[in-house]
Write a protein that binds this ligand. Structure first.
Ligand code: FAD
Ligand code: ATP
Length: 578
């Protein structure tokens, strides 16, 4: 049984900044694939994926064809089933959608633009719950989902409001017997599941068919697991006994479970219950730029991620097959600059536009057709990390959001606003930190290497409450996912479930290893470009004054640097120096 604890009070605050339709963005933002990496290094922004419109459509169509299998599927249900889309904005390998289809004669897909998700504030520090870039990415996901559902004989009903208010009334209007949705694991989402269930208890629908008694029934909420590569039911232990060491978890699942196949699609998922759609006010529209507020200023640098399942399928195709990057992933994955050092699948995984099982099947296909090596395996290794954090969130419940983390570690933290703001805005005086934080604000993305470094700096060198960093990431990240975000932050802060995951990242050492020529910092901080390459990460007095000294300076600190000793934060313990 997953745990439920009440959610935070709502502090509504709309931050939804819409965008042009995704098909338009394919046209306006496409770049020649071969030039994308070098262009990003020189300056211009690149779209991810960087496929032209025709190519993107062809790739998505081909994937849909491969995952359509009319002969294997049977539809034996009656009446109407509703699909409540949440963080599963895809058609391929969407088990909730498929189950609804199999158990009904008509399917109604619904998405609720929930003010708690699109607006409101983060729990402790009141940052915007969803930054404009992620809101925009999600709008694109919804637009694409609507189009894909239409191609499959359905459509997407879009309503603004809370699911627990919308879904019961829709279920009543269309006489739905079941609402299918994917199960979540964190308390905010679990609360909504409970409220929807409760709301449905108040609804009575008459049963159809001559052979069944006419006693009215409540529609029910059927929750399905679908967020991870390994299915929760296939784990060799109950989630409550999940190992606290990642390697133990990984070895157990790799040796004892297999990844289930992606669910295949029928040729058509239709029809929708069209007769009742007019009665409930029509299909509604995906929020647009005009309807939802001011536009977001697009960064002229870095990556522009395109939302939606079609773009996700395009990125898998581009990274694995077209650019043939998969075979080198393990070597390149610690990079920071350009679109191709890592897969960039995370924004689509977080919105559910991409199934991790689809990635797994594409890895296997690549291994058969091209090459199988450490790199091809390593993408799966990383996806197991993602699974692990998701299962940990089910095991530990709200403890992953608490200051002491799952281990209830007691230590002193500062909530110094000025220090935090210098970190948030990329003004710490450390180019590696500032460049990463500026990339995050400008694009909604930061490399895994960057995330580890800025996390370590905030919690170790500044001694600032790690939840401030985690909540800022929650605001900004396109790939924000509560389990992965708070899971990684608890590790970085040394309060995670595994006491050994407690590391200090030395900035001079990281700069030398991962940005030896200062290309990354000079990209985001152009004022450093004129310096000699080896000085870009160590600019001394020619750059902003450093707001705190480093705990360990790796022997690279210049003697003439001025530190503001008053600001030196409370000590946090450090177990390892990396
Ligand atoms: C402080 C911090 C916060 C983070 N917050 C998030 C978050 O909110 N959402 C999120 O998806 N990832 C988060 N990560 C993990 C990781 O940084 C991103 O998943 C990764 O950078 C995404 O880029 P990519 O898709 O190119 O990754 P790749 O290197 O190509 O990896 C492939 C996939 O593996 C998964 N993965 C890789 N590393 C991790 C990891 N450490 N934890 C969980 N999954 C992983 C992701 O799904 C990723 O898309 C965080 C890491 C840190 C250190
Ligand atoms: N998906 C999520 N994303 C971000 N934060 C979440 C998510 N799910 C839960 N949380 C946050 O975790 C918080 C931790 O809950 P907590 O145990 O603190 O309970 P609480 O009722 O909020 O009590 P308190 O006010 O004492 O913190 C939740 O209130 C919620 O804001």
């Amino acid at each position: 049984m997953l745990h439920y604890i009440s959610s935070s009070p709502l502090r509504p605050r709309f931050l939804l900044l819409p965008s042009p339709p995704s098909n338009l963005r394919f046209l306006t933002m496409s770049a020649s694939p071969s030039s994308s990496s070098s262009r990003s290094v020189r300056g211009a922004a690149v779209s991810v994926p960087s496929l032209g419109a025709d190519e993107a459509c062809a790739v998505a169509d081909e994937a849909f064809r491969r995952y359509t299998s009319p002969s294997l599927l049977r539809r034996g249900g009656v009446g109407v089933a509703v699909v409540w889309f949440r963080n599963d904005l895809r058609v391929i390998d969407n088990e909730a959608l498929l189950r609804a289809w199999a158990a009904s004669e008509a399917v109604l897909p619904v998405y609720c633009v929930d003010p708690r998700v699109f607006a409101g504030s983060t729990h402790y520090f009141g940052f915007p719950k969803k930054g404009a870039l992620r809101a925009q990415f999600l709008i694109e996901c919804l637009g694409d989902l609507k189009q894909s559902l239409r191609k499959k004989g359905l459509d997407l009903l879009v309503r603004h409001g809370k699911p627990e208010e919308i879904l019961p009334s829709i279920a009543k209007a269309v006489s739905a017997h079941t609402i299918y949705a994917h199960k979540e694991t964190c308390s905010e989402e679990l609360l909504v599941e409970r409220l929807v269930s409760k709301g449905l208890e108040q609804v009575q629908i008459a049963q159809g068919g001559a052979s069944v008694p006419k006693r009215p029934l409540n529609p029910r909420l059927q929750l399905i697991w679908g967020a991870t590569m390994y299915h929760i039911d296939d784990l060799p232990f109950p989630v409550s006994s999940l190992p606290d060491v990642y390697t133990q978890f990984r070895k157990a699942v790799e040796s004892k479970c297999s990844v289930r196949n992606c669910a295949k699609l029928p040729t058509s998922l239709g029809p929708p219950p069209s007769s009742s759609i007019d009665e409930i006010g029509g299909w509604g529209t995906v929020p647009t730029l005009e309807s939802l507020g001011p536009s977001v200023t697009k960064s002229e640098k870095g990556m522009h991620f395109i939302g939606g399942e079609s773009a996700a399928l395009g990125r898998v195709h581009e990274y694995f097959w077209k650019k043939d990057q998969l075979k080198d992933y393990k070597v390149t994955r610690n990079g920071m600059l350009g679109p191709d050092y890592s897969t960039k699948f995370s924004p689509w995984l977080a919105s559910g536009s991409l199934s991790p099982r689809y990635i797994c099947e594409e890895v296997k296909r690549y291994e058969k057709q091209r090459v199988a090596n450490d790199s091809t395996y390593w993408v799966l290794f990383e996806l197991i990390w993602r699974d692990y954090f998701r299962f940990l969130s089910a095991k530990y419940g709200n403890a992953i959001f608490h200051l002491g983390g799952p281990r209830k570690v007691v230590s002193k933290w500062s909530q110094d606003q000025a220090l935090f703001e210098s970190w948030r805005d990329g003004r710490t005086g450390y180019p590696l930190i500032d460049a990463n934080m500026r990339e995050l604000s400008a694009t909604g993305y930061m490399s895994n290497r960057g995330r580890q470094i800025v996390c370590s700096f905030l919690v170790r060198d500044m001694g600032v409450d790690w939840r401030m960093g985690a909540e800022w990431f929650e605001t900004c990240l396109l790939d924000y996912d509560p389990a992965s975000n708070y899971g990684n932050w608890t590790y970085g802060a040394g309060v995670g479930n595994d006491p050994r995951e407690d590391r200090y990242f030395s900035i001079p050492k990281q700069a030398k290893s991962y940005d030896p020529e200062g290309e990354y910092v000079a990209y985001w901080l152009p004022e450093l470009r004129s310096l000699a390459k080896e000085r870009r990460n160590f600019p001394g007095a020619s750059y902003i004054r450093q707001v705190v000294p480093l705990k360990f300076d790796g022997g690279n600190q210049r003697k003439d640097q001025q530190f503001n000793r008053q600001r030196r934060p409370n000590n946090v313990y450090i177990r390892q120096v990396k």
